[in-house]
Design a binder for this molecule. Structure first.
Ligand code: HEM
Length: 526
């Protein structure tokens, strides 16, 4: 072992070397910084880029702003605050520095188009895959590049028209749903809570071939033959818990790995157990058995098994679709009923259209409600368009630049010049703010007015509730058909719909992976 004297001598001996290395490294860093600076300047000049407006007064390292945003997120006012930033800065694109890192925010449809379509290959999901890996593995919703392409090619045929047309399989679940409303006997109910249960029930049936029947409890009667096995009951709750953690991981960006508590890991385990049970069952079935099972209605898993027999791939893709499709549909239904309950004239007009097309909802009327006939209900379409405009399920979305590139607009004082986007920069596109922009929707952009869709000019990228470009939502038709059927049946069954919500408008919104009402949809229905 070195003694103190020897150690000091050794240190003095290496100091000149250290100084030399320090000088070399500093010199290399300086050369790198200067060459990067020159490269950026040349790129900026070549592309005519100008700086967008910067959000100032964010505090040291923007940490006070971050704290403020997190507080608003938990209070349900974050989205309206984000929208107000665009208004107050009088711009459609601005940037800020979060902990020193440049983040660009835009509500400009031209930029959204570039990110999602015309410059698709310049942007990717970034670290989403790592955020969601413990629950979702490798699937369409989390992958970029080749993996995403393969997933999309494999899954797209499952969303063909015939597959999304099976609305009648919703009816038994709706009957249970309706019993909960009737059981309230005119008291206030929280429709959102029921919609979340309904969509987990219908999604599990469609994806796995067997519903979790979370709506079925002692207060209702049902005709379902419910198969019980250990672990099945945990699925719905575990899926909700795991999803809440995924959202926290996503908001923590590069610090996602800090959010990995036991509760999260256990919930993922429960969800995987559920998925594995059905995947194994499907893999063990003969082709004849699969065919026979599919006769009762379309089952996603059984069709997918014809394309791949890899159990992990099957599990991951099913859970990816579950996450993409379940809460989005529940959110759409919740906000639609929230607005219908507040706007009796709109609800009455919609109900009149429904009765005209489908009658009062007698057992003989029900078979007439099909994919095709729902498409002919013009006012219903406008109502759904308007609900998705004011309450897009994914209100703010992100992409990360895969290479140094530009956004077409937002630079300079007038906001008309291209914007420099360095490789690795996060760009957030705020669909919520675009959808409420008076430039595209007029002075009453904040008002729920389905009639605006009667003469809506071509809105293009100013209306993107389902995204656009190569990653456009695969379940768009599926979701609209399911939501339409549920709205038709509920308005047939319950002529009275009253809001029991005296909280201020606009409503507080909870933004997790998708958006829903922060407090619930409190209504009276009879
Ligand atoms: C109101 C209902 C829905 C809305 C508003 C909605 C919206 C969206 C949006 C905005 C995206 C893009 C996410 C991103 O790229 O970051 C997306 C993707 C996707 N959605 Fe939907 N969605 C809905 C329902 C559904 C349903 C019911 C399904 C399936 C049953 C589904 C399946 C998918 C899939 C698979 C993707 C990933 C597509 C890809 O990355 O290639 N969605 N959806």
């Amino acid at each position: 072992m070195l003694r103190f004297k020897e150690l000091t001598i050794t240190m003095f001996d290496i100091t000149p070397h250290l100084t030399k290395w320090y000088a070399i490294i500093s010199y290399a860093a300086l050369v790198y910084a200067i060459s990067t600076f020159i490269k950026i300047k040349l790129f900026v000049r070549k592309n005519g880029c100008k700086e967008p407006i910067k959000l100032l007064d964010c505090g040291p390292l923007s940490i006070p702003l971050l704290v403020k945003m997190l507080r608003m997120k938990s209070e349900g006012t974050f989205l309206d605050y984000a929208e107000s930033l665009f208004v107050n800065l009088a711009t459609s694109t601005f940037y800020l520095r979060l902990c020193g890192v440049r983040v660009i925010l835009t509500k400009d449809p031209e930029n959204t188009k570039a990110i999602l379509a015309t410059q698709f290959n310049d942007f990717a999901l970034g670290v989403r895959h790592k955020h969601f890996l413990p629950l979702l593995g490798d699937g369409i919703f989390t992958l970029d590049g080749e993996g995403w392409k393969q997933s999309r090619t494999m899954l797209r045929p499952q969303f063909a028209r015939e597959q999304v047309a099976h609305v009648q399989s919703l009816e038994p679940h709706l009957q249970v749903f309706a019993q909960h409303i009737r059981n309230a006997k005119g008291d206030t109910i929280d429709l959102q809570n029921l919609f979340f249960k309904l969509t987990v029930d219908t999604a599990t049936e469609f994806l796995f071939g067997e519903s979790v029947h979370s709506l079925v409890d002692d207060s209702v009667t049902s005709t379902f033959a419910i198969e019980q096995w250990e672990g099945k009951d945990k699925f719905a709750e575990s899926f909700n818990v795991a999803q809440a953690y995924l959202s926290s991981r996503a908001y923590s960006q590069m610090f996602y790995f800090l959010i990995n508590p036991k509760e999260f890991r256990e919930s993922c385990k429960d969800v995987h157990l559920f998925a594995k049970h059905y995947v194994n069952k499907a893999l063990a079935a003969t082709p004849e058995e699969l065919e026979a099972k599919s006769k009762g209605g379309y089952i996603f898993l059984y069709e997918l098994v014809k394309q791949t027999r890899n159990p992990k791939m099957l599990q991951d893709q099913l859970l990816n679709i579950m996450i993409a499709g379940r809460d989005t549909t529940a959110g759409l239904l919740s906000f639609t009923f929230f607005e219908l309950a507040r706007n009796p004239e709109i609800a009455a007009k919609l109900r009149a259209e429904i009765l005209q097309h489908f009658g009062e909802g007698t057992p003989e009327d029900i078979p007439s409600i099909t994919f095709e006939s729902l498409k002919k209900c013009e006012y219903l379409k406008w109502v759904l368009n308007e609900a998705l405009r004011l309450y897009p399920s994914v209100p703010v979305n992100f992409r990360v630049a895969t290479k140094t590139t530009t956004l077409p607009r937002g630079g300079g004082k007038d906001g008309n010049s291209p914007v420099y986007v360095g490789k690795g920069t996060t760009v957030a596109y705020a669909v919520y703010a675009t959808h409420r922009d008076p430039e595209y929707y007029g002075k009453d952009a904040d008002v729920f007015r389905p009639e605006r869709w009667e003469d809506a000019k071509r809105l293009g990228w100013a209306y993107v509730p389902f995204n656009g470009g190569p990653r456009i939502c695969l379940g768009q038709q599926f979701a609209l058909t399911e939501a339409s059927y549920i709205i038709v049946r509920l308005l047939q069954m319950f002529p009275v719909l009253e809001s029991k919500d005296d909280r201020p408008y606009p409503p507080r919104k909870s933004v997790q992976l998708t958006m829903c009402h922060q407090d619930g949809i409190f209504v009276l229905m009879t």
